[in-house]
Design a protein around this ligand. Sequence first.
Ligand code: PLP
Length: 424
Amino acid sequence: MKRDVSKALFERAQRVIVAGVNSPVRAFRAVGGDPPFIARAKGSRLFDADGNEFIDYIGSWGPAILGHAHPDVVLAIQNALMNGLSFGAPTALEVEFAERIVSMVPSIELLRCVSSGTEATMSAIRVARGFTGRDVLIKFEGCYHGHADHLLVKAGSGAATFGEPDSAGVPAAIARLTLTLPYNDIAALERAFAESGHTIAAVIVEPVVGNMGCVPPVPGFLQAIIDLCKKYGAISIFDEVMTGFRVSRGGAQSLYGLHPDLTALGKIAGGGMPLAVYGGRRDIMSKVAPLGPVYQAGTLSGNPSAVTAGMATLARLDDALYTKLEALGARLEAGLNDAASKAGVELCVQRVGSMLTPFFTRGPVQNWDDASKQDKERFVRFHRGLLERGIYWPPSQYEAAFISAAHTEEDIDRTIAAAAASLV
Ligand SMILES: *Cc1c(COP(=O)(O)O)cnc(C)c1O
């Protein structure tokens, strides 16, 4: 496989961009080696600057559910662009987009468009605090909600202690307002509410975790979050930036039949453009300026090309698409399990629809402690083997892989064969 052009670009990039990348995971630090520089993408395929072709399982980290450069989406954006890039004024397009979101995600009555998932969760938490008049936030270890200060927090030492910064530059005073609990641990959540329930503004959760690898909720966990929030007057926030429109047409909340107070959406919602959404109960969202006292704004929020990309993508998410994604996901899961058992490798494949992670551990993986027990060396060899065989797999053992509607059974079978050869 030729690598010269990517290698030269990476050297140039590192002179002017931090570590040569605009988001850390792209640097391939967890797997070593240099990242391919991508020149273009089409359907299930990526083509790098050296002309190598890959079957893509990252999908821009989630948005590309239709596959890359879907012609209808590209055409819609091109048409929108002809009318101007951004006006900083209301448009009919954003009304249509918002109506579509509200029709697809029943718990959302009123919403705001923003430009990234980070902005969506940060704003949802601010409005939860503004609504409740409380400061404390509960999050779960291994969930990622973007890089706002109060979310880059790890558990303090000892159970149910308040948090410590998980990044330099996060003030300890802010980290102390975040309580970090183990995912899927209903008892720990009940204890936290029993101890400090009336100071808790919100609980934020990935309803299916993607950011420690794919970890589904145990039965009752999400319901317990919603019920305890209701009992203590706190706000439940489902961070569906990854799961929204991915695990079902209405996200994880539709899949499990739940009704959170607030929801954050991103990734697929923007169809590959910088666009995200937060919204939920009308009484809570009515606290946002200028209706209410919680300030939040954005120069490019809801700009025409972004909402057009989102709409063109969401319009194509029908039942047939999810049936296809489920079948392809099941095929890949079965193939990976089969390859692992033939190779005598301990592998636990966890999957919800078209998001999946093969954990190099016995499993099941239900929380961060379980996820971090993986055989990391084996994952590094697996990833390298896949890349050499033309499979572009997430470059970290703590990520979910995504299948798109542009993938074929043949793509999946080629991937299984490559995986079998890479389980060494
Ligand atoms: C990607 C992601 C975010 C952050 O979104 P950005 O657009 O990268 O800021 C937040 N929450 C979850 C669950 C995500 O997967």
